[in-house]
Design a protein around this ligand. Structure first.
Ligand SMILES: NC(=O)c1ccc[n+]([C@@H]2O[C@H](COP(=O)([O-])OP(=O)(O)OC[C@H]3O[C@@H](n4cnc5c(N)ncnc54)[C@H](O)[C@@H]3O)[C@@H](O)[C@H]2O)c1
Length: 579
C-alpha cells in the first residue's frame, strides 16, 4: 500500500488520516472560488474564461501551501486550463486544507491518494524518480505532474529549483525573488540556461500580467502614445500596517535571514520599469539588444521602525499585550490582528494577515467558535522573546505581537533608486524595421537618454496600489491601479483608460501569471510547441530579463551601501557575466 502522505507518517496527521489508496486516473473537476483574492469587494471584476481544456490538461504541483501557494492553486482552478494535482507542504493543516479545497476534496475524497501529498520537496523528488522507474518498467502508476509552482520562502528557492532541474522534465514557476543573493540568482540563471529539457521557467513577477500593466506597456511601448519616454517616476506604497506585518514583525524583516526589502518587496517594480523601458516591444521577435541603463544609484534606510522612535509611554514593554501605550498605539497587534477596523479577526477575516499569525484559525473558529479563535490568536500574539533568547531562535520565526520599535528588523522602510540611460542607438543596419515609417521615429531608434526613479515608501494609506508618471516627448501618462490617463501634447487631448480588473491579487496579475504559465505548459504538452517559443510568446519574459532585473536590485543595493553611482555596464560584466 502506498504511503498516505509521502515523507510523513500517518500519525502526525491523525485528525485527518484514514486509509491510503492508489490513483491511476484523472477526472477534471473544478472547485469553487474560495479566497478573498476573488471577492470583488464592490469593484467591477471581469474574469476571462479559462483557455480551452485539453484532453490531458497540465497537472501542477504546489510546493509551499502558504499564502502564495493557495493563491496560485485557486488561480489554477479558476482561470487556467490546468489542474492542481499535488501539494508539498510540511504543515499538516495547510497541506490538508489545500488538498481538500483543490485536489482530493473536489473529487469527493477526504484523503489524498498516492502522489498527491508530500511533507517536503525531497520526498516528492524521491517519489517521482521511483514513479518514473516503475512506469518505465510497465507498472500501472499514478500520473505524474507537468509543472510546479515554487511558493516556499525566498531563501529556499535555489535549493528547490536545483532539485527540480536535476529531476528534469518539469516546467517551473518560482515565486519572486529568484533567490536572496546575487550569487544564487546567477547560479540559478546558469542552471536554467543550460537545462535543455524543453521546459519553461517563469518568475512570480505578477505585475507584468495585470490587465492594467499590460495596457500601460502597450500604450507606451507598442503604440508609443507619448513618443520616446524621457522620465518615469514610479511609487510603491507598501502600507503603514502592512509594512509592520511583513517587514517589521514578519518573514521579510531581516536582511540576514531573507534579503533587503528592495529585493523582497520591490524586485517586481524594478522589473516593471525595465520591462517598460528596455525589454523588446514584442516578445515574438527573437531577443533584440536591450537598451540598458548606464548608471544606477540609490538611497534609503530604516527610518521609523526602530527603538529611537519608541513612544516614551511604552517604557520597557516589548509586546503589545503587556504595553501601557497599547491603547493609543496605531501599530497595536490587537488592533491589526484582532480588531474590527483593518483586516483583523473582528472584521470576520480569517485569512491574510490573521492566517499568517495562526494558519489554522478557521479550524478553531469552526470547532470552538469565534471566542476560541480569538483566544488562540491572543495567545499567539502574547508570545515574546527576551535578552536571554538566542538570536537564532528569534530569527527563525515571526513575532506578530512584538513592539514595532523593539523588533529585530533591519530592512529599509524608505528607499529610492535612480536609473539613467544615455543615448545608445544600435549600429547602422540593426535599426528598427519600421523606424522610417513611424511619425515619431528618430535617429536614436527609441534608444534615447532617459531617467527612471523608483520610490518604495512604507508609511502610506494605500497598500501596494502603485502609481506611475511617465513623461515623453509627445505627452505624459499618469497611471494608478484603476486608470491610465494619457495627455497628448500634439492634439491637446486627454484620454482616460479604465482597464478591467480580473481579481484583487496584484490587480489581476496573480491570475494572469498562472493562466499564462499553465497555457505555456499546455502548448508544449499538447500542441507540440518548443519551450523557447512558449517562454517568449506566452510567458512573455525571458531568463535574461529575469536575471537582469534581479541583478539591477543588487546593483542598486551596492550603490546605496557604497553611497556611489554605479556604472551599470562594467558592473554587469564583472558581477554577472564573469561570475
Ligand atoms: N509575487 C508576489 O507578489 C509575492 C507576494 C508575496 C510573497 N511572495 C513570495 O512568495 C513566496 C512565499 O511567500 P508566502 O507569503 O506564501 O509565504 P508563506 O510563509 O505563507 O508560505 C510559505 C510556505 O512554505 C512552506 N514550506 C516550508 N518549508 C517547506 C518545504 N521544505 N517544502 C514545501 N513547503 C515548505 C511553509 O510551511 C509555508 O506554508 C516567498 O518567496 C515570497 O517572497 C511573492
Amino acid at each position: 500500500m502506498a504511503p498516505y502522505v509521502t515523507g510523513e507518517t500517518p500519525d502526525v496527521l491523525a485528525p485527518h488520516s484514514t486509509t491510503a489508496a492508489t490513483a491511476t486516473t484523472t477526472t477534471i473537476i473544478r472547485p469553487a472560488a474560495e479566497t478573498e483574492e476573488w471577492d470583488d469587494g464592490g469593484e467591477e471584476i471581469s474574469i476571462q474564461p479559462p483557455p480551452p481544456m485539453s484532453d490531458s490538461p497540465p497537472r501542477v504541483l504546489i510546493i509551499g501551501a502558504g499564502s502564495r501557494g493557495r493563491t496560485y492553486a485557486e488561480a489554477t482552478d479558476k482561470v487556467s486550463n490546468g489542474l492542481v494535482a499535488a501539494v508539498v507542504e510540511p504543515d499538516p493543516y495547510k497541506r490538508m486544507d489545500l488538498g481538500r479545497k483543490r485536489i482530493w476534496g473536489p473529487q469527493g475524497r477526504s484523503e489524498p491518494l498516492e502522489g498527491e501529498a508530500f511533507a517536503d520537496y525531497p520526498d516528492f523528488v524521491a517519489y517521482e524518480k521511483r514513479r518514473r522507474q516503475r512506469e518505465a518498467a510497465g507498472e500501472a502508476v499514478p500520473p505524474g505532474v507537468d509543472a510546479a509552482f515554487i511558493c516556499v520562502l525566498d531563501e529556499m528557492h535555489r535549493a528547490v529549483i536545483e532539485a527540480l532541474v536535476e529531476l528534469g522534465g518539469l516546467h517551473i514557476m518560482c515565486e519572486k525573488p529568484l533567490a536572496t543573493t546575487l550569487e544564487d540568482c546567477v547560479a540559478i540563471y546558469k542552471a536554467l540556461r543550460d537545462n535543455k529539457t524543453n521546459t519553461v521557467f517563469s518568475i512570480g513577477h505578477v505585475l507584468r500580467y495585470s490587465p492594467h500593466n499590460v495596457l500601460l506597456r502597450k500604450l507606451v511601448v507598442e503604440d508609443r502614445v507619448i513618443g520616446d519616454v524621457l522620465s518615469v517616476v514610479h511609487t510603491e506604497p507598501v502600507g503603514w500596517w502592512h509594512f509592520t506585518h511583513s517587514y517589521v514583525r514578519g518573514n521579510w524583516r531581516r536582511e540576514n535571514t531573507t534579503a533587503p526589502s528592495l529585493l523582497t518587496k520591490s524586485c517586481h517594480d524594478i522589473d516593471v520599469l525595465l520591462w517598460l523601458l528596455c525589454s523588446p516591444a514584442s516578445h515574438k521577435d527573437k531577443c533584440q539588444e536591450p537598451h540598458m541603463p548606464s548608471t544606477v544609484s540609490s538611497s534609503g534606510s530604516l527610518q521609523l521602525f526602530k527603538k529611537s522612535r519608541k513612544p516614551v509611554k511604552a517604557g520597557a514593554a516589548t509586546n503589545c499585550l503587556s504595553c501601557a501605550a497599547e491603547p493609543d498605539c496605531k501599530y497595536s497587534a490587537q488592533r491589526i490582528y484582532v480588531g474590527d477596523e483593518l483586516r483583523g479577526l473582528g472584521t470576520g477575516n480569517m485569512r491574510w494577515p490573521v492566517s499568517i499569525a495562526v494558519p489554522d484559525i478557521e479550524d478553531y473558529a469552526v470547532r470552538g467558535g469565534a471566542d476560541s479563535a480569538r483566544d488562540v490568536l491572543l495567545q499567539k500574539l502574547a508570545e515574546d522573546y527576551g535578552d536571554e533568547t538566542p538570536d537564532s531562535d528569534v530569527a527563525k520565526r515571526n513575532w506578530f505581537g512584538r513592539c514595532v520599535f523593539e523588533s529585530d528588523n533591519d530592512v529599509c522602510d524608505e528607499q529610492v533608486v535612480v536609473m539613467t540611460w544615455q543615448d545608445d542607438p544600435l549600429p547602422a543596419g540593426d535599426d528598427d524595421a519600421d523606424a522610417s515609417e513611424s511619425p515619431t521615429a528618430d535617429r536614436l531608434q527609441h534608444r534615447g537618454a532617459k531617467t527612471a526613479t523608483f520610490h518604495m515608501v512604507a508609511h502610506t494609506k494605500k497598500i501596494c496600489d502603485r502609481y506611475t508618471s511617465l513623461y515623453g516627448v509627445d505627452g505624459e501618462i499618469y497611471a494608478d491601479q484603476a486608470t491610465i490617463t494619457v495627455e497628448d501634447f500634439r492634439t491637446g487631448t486627454t484620454t482616460v483608460h479604465r482597464p478591467p480588473v480580473e481579481s484583487k491579487g496584484h490587480g489581476g496579475g496573480d491570475a494572469g501569471l498562472a493562466r499564462q504559465f499553465i497555457l505555456a505548459v499546455d502548448r508544449i504538452k499538447n500542441h507540440g510547441w518548443e519551450a523557447e517559443q512558449a517562454q517568449r510568446e506566452i510567458i512573455g519574459c525571458t531568463l535574461e530579463e529575469i536575471i537582469r532585473s534581479h541583478a539591477m536590485v543588487f546593483c542598486a543595493e551596492e550603490a546605496r551601501h557604497g553611497k556611489t553611482v554605479v556604472d551599470w555596464g562594467p558592473w554587469w560584466a564583472k558581477e554577472v557575466e564573469e561570475r
